[in-house]
Design a protein around this ligand. Structure first.
Ligand SMILES: [Zn+2]
Length: 364
């Protein structure tokens, strides 16, 4: 753990070593899933680089001393409050689909006299550096990227620029090739459970563990999962899954209706469909464990549903096929397939698997 930041010790170490060798790059691209702490890390890094009490001794031999913000000096406090004059932060405005070019090179009237590129090149006001953080780098459009290019090609001395996105593939090649890429992994389940409780997303340790199990290492996903309606739905949904061989049409209608309640916006419906499919995938995986004589991992609701399903005597093959089919559906949803169609086909196939006890025949 580094100053309250968990799960990314490898990244801290990389920055420490670069500083100790006096070889800190100017431009970084932070990539990793939403909600694993990239933003928090970037801000803490800025604090460490700007701290007045224990500034990193670049190239110095202080070793473990580097990257250790005191969190008390005026610079540290200003970074925490977002008011440090040497820290520039931009993000995509909520109503826009991309980062406006004005944020980089200023408005039409003041082209080149304001904006991130101009500000980053100014002399540091307080500390020895100027730092800029560009959030939502996935949404950098060509115009904005072109505006940024000169800064990336010839970074101002003493400047550090950090772009934050979800994956390397989503960045324009001109940007990607000019940044040092830093990967952030999903948070380990136990770390995530601890964070969920610390941030009061869940009231009890048990609930925190339950959310962490389905959140895939992301605090954002955990927050989305902390919806009582979702868990209420899961109880009856798991019971239905246990008898899906007889009622796949009813289940399909029920799931589509529940997903529809998430709202009109496609991303919200997609997110909810993903949650439901993850519950189903977990159900079949646990059914497979049970039919294979392994202990079930999960709560009482899941245990009851799995026991009921396994009493009907499906083989391990059918359970594995069910889990597989859920993963396929998740992939379809991620590839922007129609949510309703994907869910209908999925329920239909699950019904057939359960009714026949056999995996689906391969599509010719
Ligand atoms: Zn400080």
């Amino acid at each position: 753990m580094w100053h309250g930041i968990e799960g990314h010790d490898d990244v801290v170490e990389r920055f420490r070593q670069a500083l100790a060798r006096g070889r800190l790059a100017h431009t970084f691209l932070f990539v990793g899933p939403e909600g694993v702490g990239k933003r928090t890390f970037a801000k803490k890094l800025a604090q460490a680089l700007l701290c007045q009490k224990s500034p990193p001794s670049e190239g110095g031999a202080r070793g473990g001393d580097v990257l250790d913000p005191c969190e008390k000096c005026p610079a540290c406090l200003q970074v925490a409050a977002g008011s440090h004059p040497d820290l520039i932060q931009i993000a995509r405005p909520e109503e826009k689909s991309s980062l406006p070019v004005e944020l980089f090179i200023g408005s039409r009237e003041k082209r080149g006299q304001e904006g991130l590129c101009h500000e980053l090149a100014l002399k540091p006001f307080m500390g020895g550096r100027r730092i800029a953080i560009i959030d939502d780098a996935d949404d950098l459009a060509i115009e904005g990227a072109n505006a940024l290019l000169k800064t990336l090609e010839e970074p101002p001395p003493q400047s550090v620029l950090i772009l934050i996105g979800t994956s390397e593939q989503r960045q324009l090649p001109t940007i990607r090739s000019r940044c040092q890429v830093v990967y952030f992994r999903p948070l380990p389940e136990d770390v995530l459970a601890r964070l969920i409780q610390q941030q009061e997303i869940a009231a009890t340790a048990e609930e925190a563990r339950r959310l962490a199990r389905f959140a895939g290492g992301s605090l954002t996903a955990a927050r989305e999962l902390a919806d009582p309606a979702l868990w209420e739905f899961r109880s009856s949904f798991l019971a239905d899954l246990a008898t899906i061989g007889k009622a796949s049409v009813a289940l399909s209608a029920k799931v589509t209706a529940f997903v529809g309640e998430a709202g009109k916006e496609a991303p919200r419906r997609r997110a909810r469909a993903r949650q439901v499919l993850a519950f189903a995938e977990d159900f079949f995986r646990q059914l497979l464990r049970t039919t294979s004589g392994l202990a079930l991992e999960g709560d009482d609701v899941l245990r009851k549903a799995v026991e009921r399903a396994s009493a009907a005597g499906p083989g391990a093959e059918a359970a594995a096929a069910g889990a597989e089919r859920c993963l396929d559906a998740l992939e379809h949803i991620d590839r922007n397939a129609s949510v309703d169609t994907a869910l209908c086909c999925w329920a239909d196939d699950l019904g057939r698997i359960a009714a026949t006890g056999q995996p689906l025949p391969p599509i010719a």
